[in-house]
Design a protein around this ligand. Structure first.
Ligand SMILES: Nc1ncnc2c1ncn2[C@@H]1O[C@H](COP(=O)(O)OP(=O)(O)OP(=O)(O)O)[C@@H](O)[C@H]1O
Length: 351
């Protein structure tokens, strides 16, 4: 790691062979990763080491081995300076029920060193940003899970940090609540220029939100990719067609036609990783943009009706078995040895 100014412009988080061992479990195992500015997903199954990494990055828990820096500051020696510049949204419910969102967020702003007037102004702005303005004087005990998650996000943002660490912010939310929270998280970066590290056990939701994704399992780095590299590398297209009198088995006819065109097609009912797919849906590997045209032309050529043609969310299993991890172009990402996985035990799910 180089001097603070240089590192800050290139990476917001850098870890080097970072390990955390508890008496019975290794929570982080020689993790080396350089995270650039932007929105970064940290994905892993329960117990993969996500919360442990966040606590080390905040300077709240010492690493057993290795080094880490946040915004160019050393986590071992500069914890207070890191916590001044970094916001943290914990995973668990930590909100006092008898207190209003305004009182709580003002209190957190004051704890972060803001003077009273600035704390009140920033609280109002931040609660408005997360969509809680109307309810801000109600006690939080009566809030829905989604509202509580928004308060937790607001208190992480109130002191205008350079970086926020969000631990499972979509936990407990229904699909609409998830989408809203993910939209808010994206805007934290686009509207305010704040970098974000957001954890989840759902790869799919992070793919839509993040510029890059770090996948860990058993405390080890499995993969670090720019999100678009991810989707390109593993994308497939789900295609379903109708039968016609001329083509009584439209699915089989289309399968044959696409294979003749040189596309890789999984037989109906199966994905490459063995996961079940609805009976009449063909999965076509997306080689490039022309794949969509080829499928459309083949369906039209056979005179079939197109029921659906949609990019399929891939399972993280496919990522696990997809060869060496990729790195965002031009960045030195992983300096540690890579662990080859024989099986996908305890892998997180795609959304
Ligand atoms: N204080 C602790 N003492 C002992 N073991 C711990 C402690 N904290 C975490 N662990 C263990 O370290 C491993 C990683 O835990 P961690 O909480 O970092 O995972 P996670 O990816 O955040 O999962 P989750 O989303 O379930 O919290 C787990 O096996 C966990 O049981």
């Amino acid at each position: 790691m180089t001097g603070a100014t240089t590192v800050e412009s290139v990476t917001v988080i850098a870890t080097e062979s970072l390990s955390k061992r508890y008496p019975r479990v290794t929570a982080l195992d020689r993790l080396s990763v350089d995270v650039p500015p932007g929105v970064t997903g940290l994905v892993g199954a329960n117990g993969a080491g996500k919360s442990t990494l966040i606590k080390i990055l905040l300077g709240l828990s010492p690493a057993t081995e290795g080094r880490a820096s946040v915004l160019g500051l050393d986590v071992a020696t500069e914890g207070p300076a890191i916590r001044e510049r970094v916001g943290y949204m914990p995973e668990h419910d930590c909100l006092p029920p008898d207190v209003s969102a305004t009182e709580f967020v003002v209190h957190m702003a004051r704890m972060s060193g803001l003077p009273p007037t600035a704390a009140r102004e920033r609280t109002a702005d931040t609660l408005r940003h997360v969509g809680l303005y109307e309810e801000r004087y109600r006690p939080m005990g009566g809030y829905s899970t989604g509202m509580k998650q928004r308060v937790k996000l607001a208190q992480a943002l109130v002191h205008d940090p350079k970086l926020v660490l969000l631990d499972e912010p979509t936990n407990g939310l229904d699909p609409v609540g998830r989408d809203e929270m993910l939209g808010l998280i994206r805007r934290v970066h686009t509207d305010f220029g704040i970098s974000v590290l957001v954890t989840s056990h759902l790869l799919g939701e992070l793919e839509r939100t993040c510029d890059q994704v770090v996948v860990i399992d058993g405390g080890r780095l499995l993969r670090f990719s720019a999100t678009d590299e991810f989707t390109q590398a593993t994308g497939s297209l789900a295609v379903e067609v109708t039968d016609t009198d001329a083509c009584p088995d439209g699915t089989a006819a289309l399968h044959a036609a696409l294979t003749r065109e040189g596309l890789a097609v999984q037989p109906a009912g199966h994905a490459a990783d063995g996961s079940p797919v609805p009976g009449r849906v063909l999965l076509v590997d997306v080689a490039d943009e022309s794949t969509y045209d080829t499928v459309r032309d083949a369906v039209a050529g056979l005179g079939l009706g197109l029921v659906r043609m949609e990019a399929r969310r891939h399972r993280i299993a496919e990522v696990f078995h997809d060869g060496p991890e990729q790195r965002p172009a031009g960045r030195e990402a992983d300096r540690s040895e890579r662990q080859q996985r024989d099986q996908n035990g305890g892998a997180p799910d795609a959304a």
